[in-house]
Write a protein that binds this ligand. Structure first.
Ligand SMILES: Cc1ncc(COP(=O)(O)O)c(C=O)c1O
Length: 484
């Protein structure tokens, strides 16, 4: 198959060298791997957009001061991963984001600290719950196994939790999905199409932005104040001016900032959404990770105020385990009926066994384990804050009362460059630009505290080395080198 030659602009070797900055690990004997990894980071980041035409191998080799063999090997690797395509006589260009390879990535790699994902290991008790579920499975195997809305036992446990949090909910108002992300995609398909505007917080959850882009919807960002969180007047103005098809909000431990709307703000924001009849997708993926109080004593769910056009997303990934791949949508029975009919275009339901495991974990003993997890993660949050204070004293952040990450303001705009350099010190990061609608956010970095405290401390020590490397790259502009 011949690759189609793109219409994108061309980046010169010199500019690419400036953009890549310090791409090579000190003393590394894997130059081509390092170079490919750095290019991939800038592709993911949007600074090397798909379609960008790359300089000729000879030009790039001269600009980077390396051999043509190294460039050739890096390009081979990028081609294998679907990031670069080439054609005889037409050169090479950026062809994709490498999602295909990331699908195959093994999450835990020896000696590499993964701070790109804010996701913890399984809640203790998971394997015991799986043993219990194995016995419960016997009752299901004589059926066909397709339960599109989800297992009634799991739906009713989730409904009870909403009711206990102050949002009366019945089993019919809960639909189980393959994770909160899949739930978001289902809502998006139902609510918006190409060219439709969708209000989002800025910064926001990067995968939601990817889903919006893939659906050709137009995210309308409303900036969160780094200290204060939501600017409700700004939200009101955006609702009036943009008339979005829906709003996507994270009222509880917003990812990445960790902000939480207080009860009074919820009432105002919910009232605003209800008055303007704006459907709202409320992502509560992190709501169970509350370090100040029991989640049952937190402010009532935003859906209590936002009216019948609200769809609340939940996830088992942060509270229990991402490997279960389970989430859910809580909405009115009418909205769920509509969702269910459009769901068949996407999938035919969530797996029965995993649902049985999660249902077993939502028994009282599972909540005791969750209470312990909250205490542990509070310790991890504090350990990360202490490590940053020690190794990166000029970084600032607002201490969140829940969630899984610190949203750090860096002393210089260098987030992407730091992510590239950190990878060379064995730390994977998602640069701030991933959280912005149009990239940018180079002064910001999300640092998750999902890893054990001792790992966090070592990872931050390595981060400080990466910062030093970035700073020692004299004369190299830190950000947003335009692609020409
Ligand atoms: C805010 C938010 N929404 C959705 C998700 C995806 O959750 P799930 O693993 O349930 O698909 C995440 C996971 O990182 C998240 O942080």
């Amino acid at each position: 198959m011949t690759a189609t030659i793109p219409l994108g602009s061309r980046i010169s070797g010199e500019r690419l060298a400036v953009l890549l900055g310090e791409w090579r690990r000190r003393g590394s004997r894997h130059g081509s791997t390092d170079l490919a990894a750095a290019v991939e980071m800038y592709v993911l980041d949007g600074q090397l957009p798909i379609g960008t035409r790359l300089p000729a191998e000879r030009e790039l080799a001269a600009a980077l001061g390396v051999s043509r063999t190294l460039i050739g090997a890096a390009l081979d690797r990028l081609r294998e991963d679907g990031i670069v395509a080439s054609r005889q006589g037409a050169g090479s260009w950026i062809a994709g984001t490498g999602a295909r390879r990331r699908d195959l990535e093994i999450p835990v790699t020896d000696g590499i600290f993964d701070l790109a994902k804010a996701a913890p290991s399984a809640l203790p008790g998971l394997t015991a719950a799986a043993d219990a579920a194995r016995h419960d499975l016997a009752a299901y195997v004589t059926g066909n196994g397709y339960v599109t809305g989800g297992l009634p036992s799991l739906r009713s446990r989730i409904a009870e939790r909403y009711t206990a949090r102050g949002l009366p909910t019945t089993e019919e108002q809960v639909m189980i999905t393959g994770g909160a992300y899949s739930a978001f995609v289902l809502c998006l398909r139902m609510l918006a199409g190409p060219g439709d505007r969708v209000l989002v917080e800025q910064p926001t959850y990067p995968n939601a932005l990817d889903a919006l882009r893939a659906a050709h919807a137009l995210p309308v960002p409303v900036a969160l104040d780094p200290g204060e969180g939501w600017d409700l007047a700004g939200v009101e103005a955006a609702l009036r001016q943009a008339s979005p098809r829906f709003a996507y909000l994270m009222a509880d431990f917003q990812n990445p900032t960790g902000h939480r709307l207080d009860a009074e703000q919820r009432e105002r924001l919910g009232g605003l959404l209800a008055r303007t009849r704006t459907p709202v997708v409320i992502d509560e993926s992190l709501v169970e990770l509350d370090y100040d109080s029991d989640p049952l004593d937190g402010p009532p769910p935003l859906a209590s105020f936002a009216g019948e056009l609200s769809l609340t997303l939940g996830s088992a990934s942060k509270s229990h385990w991402g490997g279960l791949r389970l989430g859910w949508i809580r909405a009115s029975a009418d909205l769920l009926d509509r969702l269910l009919s459009s769901r068949f275009a996407v999938d035919l339901g969530a797996p029965v066994f995993e649902q049985l495991v999660l249902a077993a974990m939502l028994e009282p003993a599972g909540y005791a384990a969750l209470a312990q997890r909250r205490q542990d993660f509070r310790g991890r949050r504090d350990a990360l804050a202490a490590a940053l204070g020690h190794y990166c004293p000029d970084w600032t952040f607002t201490m969140p009362s829940g969630g899984l990450s610190l949203w750090c303001r860096l002393p210089k705009p260098m987030s992407t460059r730091l992510a590239v350099s950190a990878a060379n010190h064995g730390v994977q990061l998602a640069p701030g630009s991933r959280f912005g609608v149009h990239g940018g956010m180079e002064r910001w970095l999300r640092v998750p505290f999902a890893l054990p405290s001792e790992h966090l401390s070592e990872a931050v020590r390595r981060l400080s080395l990466a910062v030093a490397s970035v700073r020692s790259c004299a004369g190299v502009p830190a950000v947003n080198v335009p692609v020409a």
